[in-house]
Design a protein around this ligand. Sequence first.
Ligand code: DQA
Length: 151
Amino acid sequence: MSGAAPPRVLVLNGPNLGRLGSREPDVYGSTSYAGLVERCTELGRELGLEVEVRETNDEGEMIRWLHEAADASLPVVLNPAAFTHYSYGMRDAAAQRTAPLIEVHISNPHAREEFRHTSVVAAVASGTIAGFGIGSYELALRALAGDRPHS
Ligand code: DQA
């Protein structure tokens, strides 16, 4: 058996995502946050990745996590939640990435209210996956595990 540790990936979630399951299930589905954590870590195991899932309602904490990812060259799956639409501080932290960063959304923000049509993060992300429910995270993890080019 090889002793090499699997590559680490951070899955970072912004405000209100800890309330998945009870939060507007018609928009975000019935999977709880605990269920999301389980699906991401299990899929990570299948893909040979060590996935760590975090959630915060605090913009400063999210920015510190993005610095941590940049310093350690960790790939990130980022659901910035409402920060997506206005947080230039988070956007500037994401811009410092030293590894792929995939923006994900459970819903399709472009099919919703106008304020959700703007993402301040999209331009500094490797790519964006939106509208596939919890499956958006799975697609992002599969993209990170694959050998597709990421800029
Ligand atoms: C979201 C979409 C955002 O507009 C919203 O503020 C969220 C969740 C999504 O995953 O669909 O909190 O990022």
